[in-house]
Write a protein that binds this ligand. Structure first.
Ligand SMILES: NC(=O)c1ccc[n+]([C@@H]2O[C@H](COP(=O)([O-])OP(=O)(O)OC[C@H]3O[C@@H](n4cnc5c(N)ncnc54)[C@H](O)[C@@H]3O)[C@@H](O)[C@H]2O)c1
Ligand SMILES: [Zn+2]
Ligand SMILES: [Zn+2]
Length: 385
């Protein structure tokens, strides 16, 4: 079959000779992928920043597909079902799944102490191959995948596997109160969706900060927010303080994570591996908050080490809320938002690219070329789906 194949940092290629995945466990399903997406999280893999990303791995944790085969224990799915598959691999029965912390399943990646199980996310994420392929093995198939609701556009469905729940959770865990000023760092798909969803929780003002103008322009329209370029500011923290009578924002959302740019020292310490990537957005967010404010971290940081500004967090009384998104928990509510037209997920897809051209998709997304916001990959035999 055809699948993307990781050959090393900045080197991926379409591989036509990947072995077909097989049922390995009674709870597995094999899914023929109809659509998949490339995520900012894939860029951390592509850039060689995630430990134990092995040559030969297939990435892709955002996908829809048609069930081709099921294991003997699968009860909720049937061959022929068209499903959307949340990016978290979750067993459904461990204490964390029971608390609906599906991004923190104890079983799906049982050797890791911090990280849950994810499709196509290195051996750090459990070593599962992902959905930027024609076929993929879906473990615990009864737990997270659901049939795409009737009448839902497949492009909306595929965005419900990560971007929409992640953006929504970023806003939800931020504890936004009516009238709050919310500052979102990062105008990628996740930041854009977080800014859009902040309004659901009663935000009074939503501000997004990035350094890529076309993304800021897009965010203004899509998320109905103010948008500012940090390259045009002397200091983003002072900028936010000025906008908020010098108190600081009620809520900051870090939708950037460990590949933040904008601060030389952070960049250098990140590159020299003195920390796991750069903490620039994290620092800006903490310092832009008012005393007693809430920091929602949805951008990904590696578990091991970053120079977090704990002194400011402590002395300002900041509450930090962070996690991988718990997609399954949020799906019922978000399906309702999509079906009723309150959310338009597919509006953020900027590029529709054949899976054969997956290398170009990564290159463009990594370099932010051609006004790219979110690239969709279409496997060769899925055009008709
Ligand atoms: N927690 C989760 O469940 C989850 C799920 C999906 C993605 N993520 C993470 O969310 C983050 C964003 O994902 P994405 O798909 O939007 O990625 P993306 O790469 O498209 O967007 C990141 C944006 O941040 C901007 N940026 C860089 N440095 C900045 C800074 N200092 N201040 C403000 N903006 C800055 C970039 O210009 C870019 O537009 C990534 O870290 C990704 O791994 C987390
Ligand atoms: Zn993703
Ligand atoms: Zn579990």
């Amino acid at each position: 079959m055809l699948a993307m194949n990781f050959r090393g940092p900045y080197q991926i290629r379409p591989d036509r000779n990947r072995p077909m995945p097989e049922i390995e466990h009674p709870y597995d399903a094999i899914v023929r992928v109809t659509r998949s997406l490339v995520c900012g999280s894939d860029l951390h893999l592509y850039h060689g920043l995630v430990p134990d990303t092995r040559v030969g791995m297939t990435f892709g944790h955002e996908f829809t597909g048609i069930v081709e085969e099921i294991g003997s224990g699968v009860q909720n799915l049937e061959v022929g079902d068209h499903v959307l598959v949340p990016f978290n691999i979750a067993c459904g029965t461990c204490p964390f799944c029971k608390q609906e912390l599906y991004g923190n399943c104890h079983e799906a990646n049982s050797e890791a102490t911090a990280v849950g199980g994810f499709f196509g996310y290195a051996h750090t994420g459990g070593g599962y191959d992902g959905g930027q392929a024609e076929y993929v093995r879906v473990p615990y198939a009864d737990v997270s995948p659901i049939k795409i609701p009737e009448g839902m556009d497949i492009e909306d469905a595929v965005l419900l596997t990560d971007v929409v729940p992640t953006g929504y959770q970023a806003a939800e865990q931020a504890g936004i109160q009516k009238g709050d000023t919310v500052v979102v760092f990062g105008a990628g798909p996740i930041g854009i969706m977080a800014a859009r969803c902040a309004w659901f929780f009663g935000a009074g003002r939503v501000i997004i900060i990035d350094h890529i103008d076309y993304r800021l322009e897009f965010a203004k329209k899509y998320s109905y927010c103010e948008a500012y370029n940090f390259k045009e500011m002397n200091d983003p923290v002072v900028f936010v303080k000025k906008l908020t009578d010098w108190y600081g924002a009620d809520v900051c959302i870090d939708a950037v994570g460990c590949e933040a740019v904008g601060h030389g020292l952070q960049d250098i310490t990140g590159r020299m591996l003195l920390q796991a990537g750069s903490g620039t957005a994290l620092h800006w967010a903490v310092n832009s908050l008012k005393k007693g404010g809430i920091l929602s971290i949805i951008g990904v940081y590696g578990p091991p080490w970053n120079l977090a500004p704990i002194g400011s967090i402590m002395n300002k009384g900041i509450t930090v809320r962070a996690n991988q998104a718990s997609v399954k928990r949020l799906l019922p509510k978000l399906i309702d938002h999509v079906m009723s037209g309150r959310l338009n997920p597919k509006g953020i897809i900027s590029h529709r690219i054949p899976l054969e051209e997956v290398s170009d998709a990564y290159r463009m997304f990594s370099k932010k070329l051609d006004n790219i916001i979110k690239p969709l990959l279409i496997p060769p035999r899925a055009f008709a789906a």
